[in-house]
Write a protein of this length. Structure first.
Length: 184
């Protein structure tokens, strides 16, 4: 079973999973197409990815894909704990460049439901974090892009000092006056 909580950013939701316990352990539903349609995720899941981040304080992100590869993402932490962030980069959105952050962990059973037109990233809050991503679009290196994790235009207050970030993520451009969002 799942419940959904809206955020201040239109279309961005936090899902809470309710595991069913029994003598053997538990069963957790991460995805149900009928339930996700209620919050506007209509496209089918076409790709599921998992990351393992070994070092506490590491940052991955802030990633997105341009049209026609814009995607909805459902992000869950299955081991450890992360500070998960979504940034609204939808062209002409009233909340353009605003962000929302949520702690996701194995224990709190929360997922971020990120609609098309958002950049996404996270910081590991513990060592050995596993994150599961459900995508409604295939990955395309040609249409992939990102925002710099420390861009003052979005001012994300990361909870821990940054211990590690990939060279690719360090090279993302800073937002300038030419960036007016992505078209969906």
């Amino acid at each position: 079973m799942l419940s959904f909580e809206s955020t201040d950013l239109d279309g961005l939701y936090v899902a809470t999973r309710f595991p069913l316990d029994n003598k053997l352990g538990d069963l957790t539903r991460f995805y149900c197409q009928d339930e996700f349609k209620k919050i506007g995720i209509y496209d089918s899941i076409v790709q599921i990815n998992q990351t393992l981040t070994n070092k506490k304080g590491s940052i991955r992100g802030m990633h997105f894909q341009f049209y026609p590869f814009t995607e909805d993402k459902i992000v869950s932490c299955t081991k450890g704990m992360i500070f998960d962030v979504a940034v609204d980069i939808r062209k002409d959105s009233p909340t353009f460049l605003q962000h929302y952050a949520q702690i996701l962990s194995k224990d709190n059973h929360k997922s971020m439901c990120i609609p098309k037109g958002f950049a996404h990233g996270f910081q590991s809050m513990s060592s050995s974090c596993e994150v599961l991503y459900f995508h409604t679009q295939f990955y395309s290196a040609e249409f992939e892009h990102g925002l710099r994790w420390n861009d003052q235009s979005i001012s994300i207050d990361w909870p821990l000092p940054v211990s590690n970030i990939s060279k690719r993520d360090q090279r993302h451009d800073l937002i300038d006056q030419s960036f007016n969002g992505i078209q969906l």
